[in-house]
Design a protein around this ligand. Structure first.
Ligand SMILES: CCCC/C=C/CC(=O)SCCNC(=O)CCNC(=O)[C@H](O)C(C)(C)COP(=O)(O)OP(=O)(O)OC[C@H]1O[C@@H](n2cnc3c(N)ncnc32)[C@H](O)[C@@H]1OP(=O)(O)O
Length: 393
């Protein structure tokens, strides 16, 4: 039996490696939305796959195969192989599972996946102990590890924990480190009376040499990287929402495993007011969590939810009285952090993995749409209005 399994595994690997996965892409569709990967990026990624230092495993190779086929040929259009043709049937199933995903989105997902594989095969060690953790560049983010819990704390209370460009970079680095450290659970929370007031609107006033267009391009790339880290985070991720939450700090909650909130918290996504559109995969996760009409009320009309309302709609796991919030939540998290970490990781994988490709495609599309929005008059006027103190949410 073991011999048969071994032979099957070897044939399976060589079957995949002999697939078009390694054939340089020729004559493919070029263009598509500006944010999505270019043909050149895709070709580079196809070449990069051959240079990976570690075998990514059959599951990932299968994903690469399916994305390659979708990116080059579009939705699966060949007859299903027979039951006994195991290898080709498994490959066909993987391709077919991508449904009507566009060629452009598949190309982007392929490029993202290869870039994650390249990054992880270059990382020096699988475990980065907390003591070796690179500290954030500024004190607007504080990262600590204790009792099996890594806590990432937004620490800009005077500005309601609004997220500066540096903070996005620091959160990305903190999540990458937390995914490899010894902690069992990772928590995001805020200092002071707010959880987070969303994107720091003054980020839009630091125009680079390339002007508004360049600012929008680099903000969209940063947004995509930031949200990708939440999509891919491998351990239980918990939001401890210590006060009101606005904008992107609300939308990414759909990518957390558990959300605990004080009864003082509120949840506000005023994108239309700001001439913007949803991010953080909320255009997909919110309708799924709360139904399309409740999601539309939040994402289109900017309806602010109380903590109780957000809990009733499934965005929040549990609400605690503000007076005992910290004590109750941390006691519970400490107990959870003693559970076997591998079992928690694996359970999370089972729950989340089949959604990942979809989430990456949604993230790419939302970032692309926002890139355009940030250059619109509606958005510029809303930001100018906030900065001149004419508008507050
Ligand atoms: C690259 C990735 C981009 C991802 C894009 C994401 C989209 C979003 O997140 S959209 C959401 C953007 N956020 C907002 O629109 C919130 C704006 N802030 C407010 O409406 C109010 O400040 C508040 C309702 C959050 C709080 O009002 P409150 O009266 O309690 O306090 P303030 O006096 O207004 O605030 C204190 C202090 O903090 C500054 N501040 C608060 N939030 C922001 C922010 N998001 N951006 C920049 N600055 C913010 C506020 O200006 C005050 O500063 P001063 O003390 O210097 O006046």
């Amino acid at each position: 039996m073991a011999g048969l399994a071994g032979r099957f595994a070897r044939r399976w690997c060589s079957g995949l490696l002999g697939s078009p996965l390694q054939v340089p892409a020729l004559g493919l569709h070029v263009g598509g939305p500006a944010m999505l990967a270019s043909q050149k990026d895709f070709n580079n990624a196809v070449s990069q796959v051959k240079l990976l230092k570690e075998d990514p495993g059959n599951e990932v190779k299968l994903k690469l195969y399916a994305l390659y086929k979708q990116a080059t040929e579009g939705p699966c259009n060949v007859p299903k192989p027979g039951m006994l043709d195991f290898i080709n049937k498994t490959k066909w199933d993987a391709w077919n599972a991508l449904g009507s995903l566009s060629k452009e989105a598949a190309r982007q997902n392929y490029v993202d996946l290869v870039s994650r594989l390249s990054a992880s095969s270059e990382s020096p060690s699988p475990e980065a102990p907390a003591a070796d953790r690179k500290q954030p560049e500024s004190d607007s983010l504080v990262v600590t590890s204790e009792d099996g819990i890594t806590t990432i704390r937004l620490n800009r209370p005077a500005k309601k924990n609004a997220l500066t460009t540096q903070m996005y970079h620091d959160i990305i680095a903190a999540l990458q480190a937390a995914s490899k450290d010894e902690s069992a659970i990772t928590v995001l929370t805020g200092s002071g009376d707010y959880y987070c007031s969303g994107n720091d609107l003054t980020n839009f006033t630091h125009l680079p040499a390339g002007g508004l267009e360049e600012m929008a391009r680099s903000a969209a790339a940063l947004l995509r990287d930031f949200v990708n880290c939440f999509i891919d985070f491998p351990k239980p991720l918990v939001a401890v929402v210590n006060g009101p939450a606005v904008g992107i700090s609300v939308t990414i909650l759909g990518l957390f495993d558990v959300v605990y909130a004080t009864d003082r918290a509120s949840f506000h996504t005023p994108f239309s007011h700001l001439g913007q559109s949803p991010e953080g995969c909320s255009s997909y996760t919110f309708p799924k969590i709360m139904g399309s009409s409740k999601a539309a009320e939040m994402l289109l009309f900017g309806k602010k939810l109380t903590a109780q309302e957000a809990c009733a709609q499934g965005l929040v796991t549990e609400v605690f009285p503000d007076g005992t919030f910290q004590k109750e939540v941390w006691a519970r998290l400490k107990a959870y952090s003693k559970l076997p970490p591998n079992a928690m990781r694996i359970s999370k994988q089972i729950i989340r993995n089949r959604e990942k490709e979809k989430l990456h495609a949604v993230n790419a599309e939302e970032s692309s749409v926002l890139r355009e929005r940030w250059q619109s008059d509606e958005c510029m006027n809303a930001i100018a209005s906030f900065l001149s103190r004419k508008a507050k949410l």
